[in-house]
Design a protein around this ligand. Structure first.
Ligand code: CA
Length: 424
């Protein structure tokens, strides 16, 4: 067991019951207070621990991490220091925060100098991603979407032989809190119609999780399923915003393009893979047997509770999806092994999204496309209004957390409001 994850640990920093950020979590993010230069921090209870302030006062001296890794607009430089340095850093932070450790607790001006209330900071996009892959690894999701278009043969023949994915776009990945404009594009209403240029009428979310990598191997070498964990830094919640009507017309033959690349949003705190270790569980048996390079040992799925809410502008939020990351058919180790099996190199702060996560029950589906079955069964909001897809001024937020032995490892949330399309 990783000592930092011990459920018995407590911190002298007050952590409310039900907080996403107990001492066992210690996720990394980038925060900005007032107009100061952004810094790297760790979440503890309702506070951000300022790692640059601690670095300046030599609390991490022995780790030989450069100052630039802590005074930065992104986590990229810190991620580049590698898995084992960050593991040591997380241990050092845990030691400083433990109830029985007086070192930091008794220093002057602890609140304000090292610990800043979360409501006083703005969280930035935690990474500058170099590359973004979106997988399609939930069998329930792939089956649901397949059923809508090919009722007799929902899963294509390749699906159970490899983690299907495509390369997405990084420039439009935004952090929680970013307002998102309804995109416009080419839409046809039925086969044979001429396309029209309009704002999407089928704006959708996609409930996903994503992992962020460390620097990989040199181009030409692959990462095995056994090695994969050493190249994974941590995970965030990922909302892959989608415009279904634009997607339907454009996706043949090369897959989604403008229906996806207008925005994807992520949660601000990167939960390390180390912190998620206690929540590993076996995945579904893979049948037929996979090729050797996709075989793996041990439990590679993770039990992460997922919830999606829609909050209309003047009404309380409504829970629309109650799901779990454990439903993934293909796990992260297999995704990374497949991504690199041809010699494709991965870099520090690349991001790999899971694909929409849907469970078996209709209330666990991960998109409006599935929840309303292409609009046939609208969802009712708390104010009685109905949604087939997402309306202007709706806010969509996703929460994610693990829970076991009275320890909750949370991801916080990713929350975005939709604004009307720009006028031409
Ligand atoms: Ca997706």
């Amino acid at each position: 067991m990783i000592e930092v994850n011990d459920p018995k640990l407590t911190s002298w920093v007050p952590v409310e019951a039900g907080s996403d950020f107990p001492i066992q979590n210690l996720p990394f993010g980038v925060f900005q207070k007032d107009d100061h230069h952004p810094r790297v921090g760790v979440a503890i209870g309702n506070f951000v621990l300022d790692l640059y302030a601690l670095q300046q006062d030599d609390y991490f001296g022995a780790l030989l991490i450069p100052d630039e890794a802590f005074r930065s607009y992104t986590l990229n430089a810190l991620i580049k220091t590698g898995k084992f340095k960050i593991r040591a850093l997380r241990f050092a932070i845990s030691m400083l925060l433990r109830s029985d450790n007086e070192t930091l607790k008794n220093s002057a001006n602890i609140y304000g100098k090292y610990l800043i209330p979360m409501e006083e900071v703005k969280m930035l996009l935690p990474i500058e991603p170099g590359d973004y892959t979106d997988f399609y690894s939930s069998i329930q999701h792939a089956t649901n979407i397949g059923k809508m278009f090919r009722p007799d043969n929902p899963l294509l023949p390749n699906w159970k032989h490899m983690p299907i994915g495509y390369h997405g776009r990084c420039s439009s990945i935004v952090p929680t809190g970013t307002e998102i404009r309804r995109p416009k594009g080419q839409i046809i209403y039925k086969d044979g119609d001429a396309p029209q240029f309009k704002a999407t009428e089928q704006l959708d979310f996609e409930l996903e999780m994503a992992f962020i990598t460390h620097e990989g191997k040199m181009q030409g070498l692959n990462i095995t399923t056994e090695e994969a964990d050493d190249f994974i830094f941590g995970m965030v919640i990922f909302n892959d915003w989608s415009a279904r009507d634009i997607q339907r017309w454009e996706y043949v033959p090369l897959g989604p393009f403008l229906s996806k690349n207008f925005a994807s949003s992520i949660s601000p705190w990167v939960v390390t893979l180390d912190a998620l270790e206690p929540f590993r569980i076996p995945g579904e048996k893979q049948e037929p047997e996979v090729l050797d390079y996709l075989k793996f040992n041990g439990d590679k799925n993770i039990d992460i509770h997922l919830q999606v809410y829609i909050e209309p502008e003047f009404a309380d939020p409504t829970l629309v999806s109650d799901s779990n990351y454990k439903y993934m058919y293909w796990n992260m180790a297999q995704q990374l092994a497949h991504q690199t099996i041809n010699g494709c190199n991965v870099r520090a702060a690349d991001i790999y999204a899971s694909g929409t996560i849907s469970g078996n029950e209709p209330n666990s589906y991960g998109s409006m496309m599935e929840l309303t079955w292409r609009g046939a069964n609208p969802l009712t909001m708390s104010d009685g209004s109905e949604r087939k897809f997402i309306n202007d001024y709706d806010t969509v937020f996703i929460k994610a957390w693990c829970e076991k032995n009275n320890v909750r490892i949370g991801f916080g949330e990713v929350r975005n409001k939709i604004l009307p399309a720009f006028k031409q």
